[in-house]
Design a protein around this ligand. Structure first.
Ligand SMILES: Nc1nc2c(c(=O)[nH]1)N[C@H]1C(S)=C(S)[C@@H](COP(=O)(O)OP(=O)(O)OC[C@H]3O[C@@H](n4cnc5c(=O)[nH]c(N)nc54)[C@H](O)[C@@H]3O)O[C@H]1N2
Ligand SMILES: Nc1nc2c(c(=O)[nH]1)N[C@H]1C(S)=C(S)[C@@H](COP(=O)(O)OP(=O)(O)OC[C@H]3O[C@@H](n4cnc5c(=O)[nH]c(N)nc54)[C@H](O)[C@@H]3O)O[C@H]1N2
Ligand SMILES: [Mo]
Length: 692
């Protein structure tokens, strides 16, 4: 027997991007472990990725190309050859490409975060066609945009420093579930005497383990940040020197913050005046005493109408108190902007003959149903889905489903499994998993370039995304040499070796080592150097003004809340959020039995007050509904959800739920204030008991 260890990287959409060691025995992957030498992975993996081999060898893996023989959505398919699949696709796409290339739409997101199996050969293919561009907004665009206006780019506190923080504010994130290796460092900080505070409408697994939990109303974080600024300024808990040297617009900010008294803030956020004042005093007071104070903010705050502004306001706080001076101070939203990637070369944007229209992935429901018009352009006639499961993850799911049901729509899905989306495909193509293909990775939590070596041969007739698009390009008659480049050749240009941060990047060396740290200072903004046009932390943003936004930190109430929309709340009085479940990764892993068993079945956490009037008891089946749709879940009566809030951990595969539906039946296609992102956590619903 030959046993080898292969260096790999976790492909999942999670900030941790772990370094993996895959044990291969006679060509079979028998174990997936965390690399003990990689500083952030530190030998530990989440339960999901420990089961990655189980997922790869799952009995339901798609192993052959399939064509649909039943109705759309029915899930009846028949095996075909690769030749038949590729010929069919090319025959359908060619006439559309010749007549109205923008009627072709790629739909992809982060099933893999890989630079190679994500958007490289695929983008080249769609650029050559001149297909519609996809605005990939579904996750992080609101917050990234708000952060960019303020800080200049997705750069923040180095994850490897958080264990030295003395105050850690975990703001709109549930790291025990979704950022485990940050949480390990937060635990270390706690053992070193740090105070941990969670700001979250829900007592998540993480909030439960913090010293303090501030349970504000969803979508009110921007107001809380303004209230904190008010107290910091009023009580002079400021770093005047830092403000004078490295920030822009303090005088205007001061005026704006003056409007946000603790009383107004507390009323807006549904918390106490003391919670506002005490948090500001602790944060500003510790910073003034020279202690490192850090904020780990995450995407939970930005899935609401004012989500961009919420992140922007939070990102202003460290500069006010000079927290950036310390490596273990500041704020982290994402580290993705630290990586000098070569996306233009990977994606060959220059292949575009003219700039096509852009379709927002978050409004795919409406857009698939839109007829041709001068404003919209041609109706969408063909969708190629890869690395995504829109039927489960996109908002306003009934419309998404009706879109994909269109008889005249040609749909191709590249997948590992027969997902909810694959059920609507005309052609399904089997894709390889991370154990079977090569890739290069960045991270949005840490600062390491990562390599993923294939550990095993492709299962069945599965092919890597890149190979599928190479074959399709050949069938379409594309002869640019870029369609012949190998995955290794692509990976070799993934990072810009001329950039000081990636200096010395060499793909062969990275493949051998598995990971390499970027050259980044431990405290990125200790001496200013913000990535904004002014080089300062912009309390006042001229770019926001140009973009038609309030140039100062502001508060935009949710579209749907009791306070902001009383008419709607009269019918649908409960706010609903649907954050990630610990044992799933969005909709990935829902079909892995052991992980699904840990989650049980779709649940709805609901406060005892909200149950009493509705006659709901723990364990009852309830229907959650609004004008957009409904789904069924089992009620868990608990004060983890504050009164007026219900929580349905997500994202379930619809076809594995009793009613064939999930939380996105009730979420809306309204977009955020900036970044054109979805508002998953800006949803009013009613809940009723259903007969067993
Ligand atoms: N296990 C697991 N890990 C994951 C994922 C997964 O599905 N499962 N998904 C991955 C992906 S794609 C992402 S983007 C990240 C997301 O990870 P996080 O950014 O951590 O985001 P969420 O888990 O969506 O939300 C975190 C918390 O925000 C809270 N929240 C909801 N609304 C609000 C609000 O208005 N204000 C505040 N302050 N808090 C609010 C929720 O209750 C939740 O506890 O995690 C990644 N990691
Ligand atoms: N209600 C609600 N909805 C949400 C969210 C929420 O919090 N609440 N979170 C949102 C967020 S943050 C995000 S990021 C999106 C995530 O949305 P998606 O990016 O669509 O994520 P997944 O649901 O994990 O689906 C990814 C699919 O890609 C497939 N895949 C993985 N690797 C490969 C590969 O190499 N090749 C191919 N062809 N396929 C591959 C997987 O099998 C999986 O089915 O969901 C969003 N939807
Ligand atoms: Mo995400």
């Amino acid at each position: 027997m030959t046993i080898t260890q292969v260096r790999a990287a976790c492909p999942l959409d999670c900030p941790d991007t772990c370094a993996l060691l895959v044990t291969v025995e006679d060509g079979v992957a028998t174990a997936v472990k965390g690399d003990p030498d990689h500083p952030t992975t530190a030998g530990a993996l989440c339960t999901k990725v420990s089961r990655y081999a189980e997922r790869t060898y799952h009995e339901d893996r798609l192993l052959y190309p399939l064509k649909r023989v039943g109705k759309k959505g029915e899930g009846k398919f028949e095996r075909i050859s690769w030749d038949e699949a590729l010929d069919t696709i090319a025959a359908r796409l060619k006439p559309i490409a010749a007549r109205a290339p923008e009627a072709i739409l790629p739909y992809s997101y982060c099933g893999t975060m890989g630079l190679i199996q994500g958007e490289s050969m695929s983008s080249r293919f769609f650029n050559q066609i001149g297909a519609s561009l996809l605005d990939r907004t579904i996750c992080a665009m609101a917050g990234a945009t708000g952060y960019k206006y303020t800080i200049g780019g997705s750069v923040g506190t180095d994850m490897e420093q958080f264990q030295h923080s003395k105050l850690l504010i975990i703001w709109g994130g549930n790291p025990i579930a979704s950022n485990l290796h940050f949480w390990m460092r937060a635990q270390e900080a706690k053992r070193n005497g740090a105070k941990l505070i969670a700001i979250d409408p829900y007592r998540s697994l993480t909030a439960e383990k913090c010293h303090q939990h501030i349970a504000l109303l969803p979508g009110t974080d921007a107001a809380l940040a303004l209230g904190l600024m008010h107290v910091l300024i009023k009580e002079d808990l400021l770093d005047h020197e830092y403000i004078a040297s490295y920030t822009l617009g303090f005088e205007q900010l001061k005026e704006r913050a003056a409007e946000w008294t603790p009383e107004r803030t507390a009323a807006t956020c549904g918390i106490s005046v003391d919670e506002v004042v005490d948090l500001a005093r602790l944060y500003g007071g510790m910073a003034k005493a020279g202690e490192p104070v850090a904020i780990r903010t995450n995407y939970g705050v930005q899935r609401v109408r004012g989500g961009g502004m919420a992140v922007r306001n939070i990102a202003c706080l460290p500069a006010l108190v000079g927290a950036w001076r310390h490596p273990a101070g500041g704020v982290q939203l994402s580290s993705s902007g630290s990586f000098p990637t070569n996306k233009l070369k990977l994606q060959r944007t220059d292949l575009l003959k003219k700039l096509p229209r852009t379709i927002n992935m978050s409004t795919i429901g409406d857009d698939l149903l839109r007829p041709a018009s001068p404003e919209f352009g041609p109706a969408i006639e063909a969708v190629i889905v890869y690395n995504s499961n829109p039927l489960a993850v996109a908002p306003d799911s009934d419309k998404v489903m009706r879109g994909f049901l269109r008889e005249d729509l040609f749909t191709v899905v590249l997948e590992h499994f027969q997902t909810d989306t694959a059920d609507y495909a005309d052609i399904v193509l089997p894709a390889t998993t991370q154990l079977e293909h090569l890739d290069a990775h960045t991270s949005y939590g840490h600062l390491y370039m990562m390599a993923n070596n294939p550990a095993i041969a492709p299962m069945g007739e599965a092919k890597a995304n890149t190979e599928i698009f190479r074959l399709l390009a050949a069938r379409m008659g594309f002869d640019d040499p870029c369609f012949k480049e190998s995955d290794d050749a692509l990976a070799a240009i993934a990072f810009n070796a001329q950039d000081a941060r990636a200096v010395g990047f060499d793909w062969d060396a990275l493949k051998r080592k598995g990971w390499q740290r970027l050259n980044m200072p431990a405290a990125p903004f200790a001496h200013g150097g913000f990535l904004t046009p002014s080089g300062k932390c912009e309390f006042y943003s001229a770019r926001m003004k140009e973009d038609g936004l309030d140039p100062l930190p502001a508060y935009l109430p949710p579209y749907e809340s009791v306070a902001s929309n009383p008419e709607l709340a009269a019918r649908y009085p409960l706010a609903m959020i649907s954050p990630p479940a610990r044992n799933f990764l969005n909709s990935t892993f829902v079909n892995v039995k052991s992980l699904r068993a840990s989650e049980g079945e779709p649940h709805l956490d609901i406060h005892p007050h909200d149950c009493a009037s509705r006659g709901i008891a723990d364990g009852d089946m309830v229907r959650i509904f609004n004008d957009r749709g409904s789904f069924i879940a089992k009620a868990r009566v608990t004060d983890k959800a504050r009164a007026g809030l219900v929580v349905g951990l997500s994202v379930w595969w619809k076809k594995l739920a009793k009613d064939g539906k999930n939380a996105n039946e009730v979420t809306s296609q309204q977009l955020t204030d900036m970044g054109r992102a979805p508002t998953f956590y800006d949803t009013l619903v009613q809940v009723e008991r259903v007969a067993a």
